[in-house]
Design a protein around this ligand. Structure first.
Ligand code: ATR
Length: 261
């Protein structure tokens, strides 16, 4: 989706540029990064499995990306390669659209403790949200993520079962695992019986646009958000790092939606 999305934004802004994909093998990552400078490439996105390892190959890392421990965006700033992480910021921008600008006082629950959860958890904490609990299949992984967070938080780990029973405690529930993603669209990480009416349930999956979790949450009277906003905003924020221009959200979103059918 990213090439289509970014190329539509380049065209819209009259920028003579093209976003293309390269498949980089692990052992060739240092050469690929050197190539950015040699070829005069203005910026890149980095995806799984290179987001962590790439950090040691850059000239500078933005503090938030350093805290998260992963880079998804590199900008070539006058010959210096600077690493950023727009995943969490993209999520937070999207969440503000659904929940309003004042996120600080909301109590939140994150489901999952992988790379996406980490970016979202740390970025929310860095944005001033104080109550962010975490639930995950593997407790140790979640606790490690929570303990390493450099921002002050009032945060507890809950088992998936406890989280299901306590869902009514949360204003915002954020689903970050791959459960429910195409083609396993019937799966859901958690039962929503205890959901508070009017709460927000945000699932970072965008294929399908409505996961089984979101469908059930909507039936319980929750406001739901799919992963499209996060995907588009992380891209828009990367685009801004490369060009200095914040692109049209609606043009990028429509391009992705067209592709998703
Ligand atoms: P990403 O970097 O995309 O977030 P990841 O690091 O593989 O992906 O993390 C996947 C998340 O989904 C984890 O929280 C994982 O739980 P564990 O830490 O217990 O592995 C969760 N997850 C994936 N498949 C799962 C499943 N079938 N049941 C429960 N949790 C699952």
């Amino acid at each position: 989706m990213s090439p289509l999305m970014h190329n539509s934004a380049f065209e819209d802004n009259g920028i003579n540029a093209e976003y293309v994909r390269f498949h980089v093998k692990k052992e060739q990552l240092p050469d690929a990064i050197r190539g950015i400078k040699a070829l005069g490439i203005q910026g890149v996105n980095v995806t799984v499995p290179h987001k962590e390892h790439v950090m040691s190959l850059l000239d500078g890392i933005d503090p938030l990306a350093k805290a998260i421990g992963a880079v998804n965006t590199i900008a070539n700033e006058n010959g210096k390669l600077i690493g950023y992480n727009t995943d969490g910021l993209g999520f937070v921008e999207g969440l503000k659209k659904a929940a309003g600008d004042r996120l600080e006082n909301k109590s939140m629950l994150i489901i999952g403790a992988g790379g996406a959860a980490r970016a979202i958890y740390y970025t929310l904490a860095s944005s001033g949200v104080r109550k962010i609990d975490v639930t995950n299949r593997t407790p140790g992984r979640a606790v490690k993520m929570m303990d390493a967070c450099p921002f002050p938080l009032d945060s507890s780990f809950l088992t998936l079962e406890a989280a299901e029973n306590e869902l009514h405690e949360y204003d915002v529930i954020i689903q970050t695992t791959s459960i429910g993603m195409f083609p396993h669209i019937e799966d859901s990480p958690i039962k929503v019986n205890a959901l508070k009416r009017g709460s927000i349930v945000s699932d970072i999956i965008y294929n399908p646009l409505e996961t089984s979790l979101l469908k059930q949450a909507k039936e319980k009277g929750a406001l739901t958000q799919n992963g499209l906003d996060m995907f588009v905003y992380q891209g828009a924020l990367s685009f801004q790092k490369w060009t200095g221009i914040f692109p049209s959200y609606s043009i990028m979103r429509d391009t992705v939606l067209q592709q998703l059918g």
